[in-house]
Design a protein around this ligand. Structure first.
Ligand SMILES: NC(=O)C1=CN([C@@H]2O[C@H](COP(=O)(O)OP(=O)(O)OC[C@H]3O[C@@H](n4cnc5c(N)ncnc54)[C@H](O)[C@@H]3O)[C@@H](O)[C@H]2O)C=CC1
Ligand SMILES: CC(=O)C(=O)O
Length: 379
């Protein structure tokens, strides 16, 4: 198979989809890998490092996209849609539920769209989302701490407090991977931490894991309202896999927060969980103020710590990617139901129910569609 790795073009996205050691895995298996010039530079990998392991460097995105499978980090932005073509396998983060235009472009061009974030193991975990959620969860606290400083628009609170002064209040909504990692960092700084989740079982696990060092509260509108009101730093960390994030914090609740408090909505990549966050911000302009509260809504937070993130991401994407390259997407998906859950679109049809629901498309079962394909091929 011929594989392409374009340079990432989203605002301040410094990650790359394959490191030189990942490229070696593909070239050793007999695949040809085209890497766009300088694609790895901002993650610490030079073109020479790629050439040494057999990659072919190409000068622009057109060549990197003119392949059988494109491996990327972030969802394509509109300037990249022109490279879509029928039968192209696109293996990357996609977050289609809040992205109607991208979804339509993938369907119109009959791209086989495989989303890292919906590949799901039998135990319900999302192995290709987890490492970036670990990164973003940890970052959310260091970013929040920074924007709580007066010169950054915050109220002037030190999360850890000092002897004689109470620590800052960190409220985290969603106690999964992002929430747990945010809690670790916030507790490490000495903050007072509360986590809300809809799953009582998850709260039980968190209580055990943190030995009662944090407060756990079941997530319902009244509990959310009370917790949000006293938050210095509010972190949005909910997920319903594949679906648009539920809006949990209303405009009214944000109005009740103290001036200079900070919201970091990590769930913005799935559309955001806070009503007052109505647009995605960028690393270049990460915040805006609404009702006196600083809002941060960057959808590619890990892109800022690209050396750590690229390695953490590619540690988990390469095995599934190699399976796709070795077997083709149909055989790979038939043999691995977890990978099949990653396929959001094929042949102009939506094969992930949450995405079909989000945009009003008819949902097509992936296995039935693949069977139909096989039937058509034998005719
Ligand atoms: N902005 C960025 O750069 C990044 C964003 N993310 C996003 O962060 C979000 C969270 O990801 P993970 O922690 O990995 O997901 P996860 O699945 O590990 O955890 C989500 C948690 O949310 C809880 N939840 C669902 N509905 C809820 C509700 N109504 N109230 C309270 N809790 C609720 C679930 O029970 C679960 O414990 C996702 O949207 C993910 O894509 C992840 C990495 C980077
Ligand atoms: C998860 C995701 O969208 C990111 O790491 O950018």
């Amino acid at each position: 198979m011929i594989i392409g790795v374009p340079r990432e073009v989203k605002n301040n996205e410094h990650r790359v989809a394959l490191t030189p050691s990942n490229v070696a895995v593909y070239t050793n298996a007999g695949h040809k890998v085209l890497v766009e010039k300088n694609a790895g530079l901002e993650s610490g990998f030079r073109d020479e490092d790629y050439i040494k392991v057999g990659a072919i460097m190409v000068s622009g995105p057109k060549e990197a996209w003119d392949v059988d499978m494109v491996i990327k980090v972030k969802e394509p932005i509109p300037s990249e849609y022109e490279f879509f073509k029928e039968g192209l396998i696109l293996y990357t983060y996609l977050h289609l539920a809040p992205e109607p235009t991208l979804t339509k472009a993938l369907l119109d061009n009959k791209v086989i769209a495989i989303a890292y974030e919906t590949i799901q193991l039998e135990n319900g975990t999302l192995p290709l989302l987890t490492p970036m959620s670990e990164v973003a969860g940890r970052m959310s606290v260091q970013i929040g701490a920074q924007f709580l400083e007066k010169s950054k628009g915050g109220k002037g609170v030190l999360l850890g407090g000092v002897p004689g002064v109470s620590p800052g209040e960190v409220v985290i909504i969603g106690g999964g991977v992002v929430g747990t990692n945010a809690a670790k960092m916030a507790l490490g700084l000495g903050a007072s931490v509360t986590i809300l989740d809809v799953s009582a079982e998850r709260l039980r696990q968190l209580d055990d894991q943190f030995h009662g060092q944090l407060k756990t509260i079941i997530s319902n509108p009244l509990n959310v309202r009370n917790a949000v009101k006293r938050a210095d730093l509010l972190i949005g960390a909910v997920l319903v896999p594949g679906a648009r994030a539920p809006k949990i914090v209303t405009d009214d609740m944000v109005k009740d927060m103290q001036t200079g408090s900070v919201i970091v909505d990590v769930a913005i990549d799935q559309g955001g969980s806070i009503e007052t966050i109505d647009y995605i911000t960028t690393h270049a302009e990460p915040t805006y103020v609404r009702h006196g509260v600083v809002h941060y809504a960057v959808a590619n937070m890990p892109g800022a710590v690209s050396q750590t993130s690229t390695i953490a991401l590619t540690n988990v994407t390469t095995q599934f990617g190699l399976d796709l390259a070795n077997k083709g997407y149909e055989k790979a998906a038939l043999e691995n139901p977890g990978l099949a859950k990653g396929i959001n679109c094929i042949n102009g049809k939506v094969t992930l129910e949450a995405v079909a629901d989000a945009h009003g498309y008819t949902y097509t079962n992936i296995y039935e569609e693949m069977e139909e394909n096989q039937y058509e091929k034998t005719l």
